[in-house]
Design a protein around this ligand. Sequence first.
Ligand code: ZN
Length: 148
Amino acid sequence: MSDLRELYQEVILDHNKHPRHFGMLEDATHHAQGKNPLCGDEVTIYLHVKDGKIEEITFEGHGCAISTASASLMTEALQGKSLAEAQALFDTFHALVAGQQPPEKVPGKLAVFAGVRDYPTRVKCAILAWHTLQAALEGKEQPVSTEE
Ligand code: ZN
């Protein structure tokens, strides 16, 4: 398992250092802010949704390596996906970090977050971007928090 852990670490560090899809989206149709007060992570997710498809997704914010890498990997995974696919991925990711889904069943690099399941405070860092995504799609005006 240690090789796998090292690989997980590498992907997370890489996405923290070089976040993908980082920045504000000018013509966003949806956006929301999320916070994880326990760690100090803050993220804003921007989406451009057309005909039920995520044409563009970006994020801004700051926080720990796990929260930044999670937002980066999420935007990478959701670019071009339908809203139904996004919801399915949310459920898969949620089950993964809760330890209810084996990493082999998780598509692409999102599996790297299997490592956080043993650390409940880290689970909040990893899930923050996904909760913020949901808030954006639901059109929530108030920032969402992992502590509510
Ligand atoms: Zn964090």
